[in-house]
Design a binder for this molecule. Sequence first.
Ligand code: PEP
Ligand code: MN
Length: 348
Amino acid sequence: MIIILKNNAAREKVDALAAKLRGEGFTLHYSEGKHTTIIGLIGDTYKLDPEDIAAYDIVEGVRKVSEPYKKANRKFHPEDTRVTVGKATFGEGFFQVIAGPCSVESEEQIVEVAEAVKKSGATLLRGGAFKPRTSPYSFQGLEGEGLRLLLAAKRQTGLPIVTEIMDLSTLGMFDDVDVIQVGARNMQNFSLLKELGKTGKPILLKRGMSSTIEEWLMSAEYIMSGGNERVILCERGIRTFETAVRNTLDIVAVPVLKRLSHLPVIIDPSHATGQPWLVEPISKAAVAIGADGLIIEVHNNPEKALCDGAQSLTPAEFDGIMGKIRHYAAFEGREFGIASGASIGAAL
Ligand code: PEP
Ligand code: MN
C-alpha cells in the first residue's frame, strides 16, 4: 500500500502517522519527489482499511500495491532512480557504456583494453575475475589475482570497475570494486542477494536466463529490502526455442521495466547475441528504447581470448560503434557518459 501525502502536510502529523504505522508492525519506505511525498508500507496491509488512512487530513490518497515487489516498484518511488558510480550516472537523462573483456587475463591485456575503451568514451571497465563457466574444464578466471589486475587498470585509467561475484565467501575481496555484478546464473541466489543488500555498493543485477520480469524484480527486491537501493538491472537475453543467436534479447523488457520500476536498466548486447556484428544495431536500439546504458565485451585480441572471444569486439570496432551511439544519445537528448565538462581523470 502507498500513502500519498498532501503537499503541505505538517511534519508532526506525518511523524505521528508514521509512528502509528510502525507500531502496527509495518516497515515504511519514504519517497520524497519534486511534487509529492509517498510513504510505502511493507507488511500485511490486508489488515488496514484504506479509508481509515485516507481520513487523515495530511493524506491525499491511498493505493493498494498488488505487485509483490515494493521498494523496486514505481508506485513506491514514482521518479526514476539514478545510481551514481564515481562521476558516471545511470538513470534518467544519462547513457553510460561499460566495456572490457569477458575475463581478466593479464595486466597487459586489462590495462590495454581499459585505456582503449576509455578513449572511446566508456565510463566503466568490466572484466571477470571469477567466471561462471558451463564446463569445469574451461578457464575459471584469475580470481583474487584478477581483482588485483582490475584495480591496477583502475589506478591507471581512473575507470571504476564492474566485476562478477559468484560466491558469498569472496565478498570480503570486493571492498575496492565499484560495481558488483550478479550474473544470470546467480540471479536467484537469495543468500548472496541478501548479503549484497547489506553493502552500500551498486549492484549490476543481470536477468536469469529463464526468469520472468517479476522474478527479476523480486531479486532486486531482495537486495533493496536489505537497505541497498543502488541496483542497476541488466537485460542479457533469455533462453527460448530460437537457436540462430546465443540468447534471445527481450528488448521489450526495457520499457516494461521502466513502467513497473524506477531502477536504471542497461542492455548487454554481447551475451544477448554472442555475435559481434549484432552489437551495433542492438546498441542503437538500446538508446532508442530508453535503456540507460550498455555493457559490451571488448578484447584486444579476440581470437586468443580465454572466454567469449567470439562475441568480443576489437577496440577499433568498439570505437566505431561508440561514435554512432554518441549521436543517437544526443538525438534522444541524453547525456552520453559523464556530465559535460567533467573528466574521469587520468588516474585516481
Ligand atoms: C559475463 O558478463 O561475462 C557473464 C557471464 O554474463 P551472464 O551472467 O549474463 O551470462
Ligand atoms: Mn562473457
